[in-house]
Design a protein around this ligand. Structure first.
Ligand SMILES: [Zn+2]
Ligand SMILES: [Zn+2]
Length: 94
């Protein structure tokens, strides 16, 4: 009867909503294509992705959060499958 127990565990796990961001919330995030600023910004954080630590390059698809922190679209996606807070300032995405 081991299979029975395992199945029940899977069923109950499905009822608990995942900790990450919902698809709808993910889609509601501001998406932008990065363009290097004309004037060099003082804040280095705005030029670098804090997940992969690579500088943004022209043409990169980024997501901007409500806290104005920006990350690569492809870096942020797996992150938001685990949690719903900003990787940098831990602001909860509502
Ligand atoms: Zn990145
Ligand atoms: Zn933030």
């Amino acid at each position: 009867m081991m299979i029975d127990i395992e199945l029940r565990e899977v069923m109950s796990a499905k009822k608990i909503s995942p900790p990450g961001l919902t698809k709808r919330k993910w889609k509601s995030l501001t998406q932008l294509v990065y363009k290097p600023p004309a004037i060099t910004a003082n804040d280095d954080n705005s030029l670098q992705c804090s997940i992969c630590y690579l500088e943004f390059k022209e043409g990169c698809v980024l997501k901007e959060l409500k806290c104005l922190h920006r990350f690569h679209n492809e870096c942020l996606r797996p992150w938001f499958k685990q949690t719903d807070t900003c990787p940098l300032c831990r602001l909860k995405i509502k």
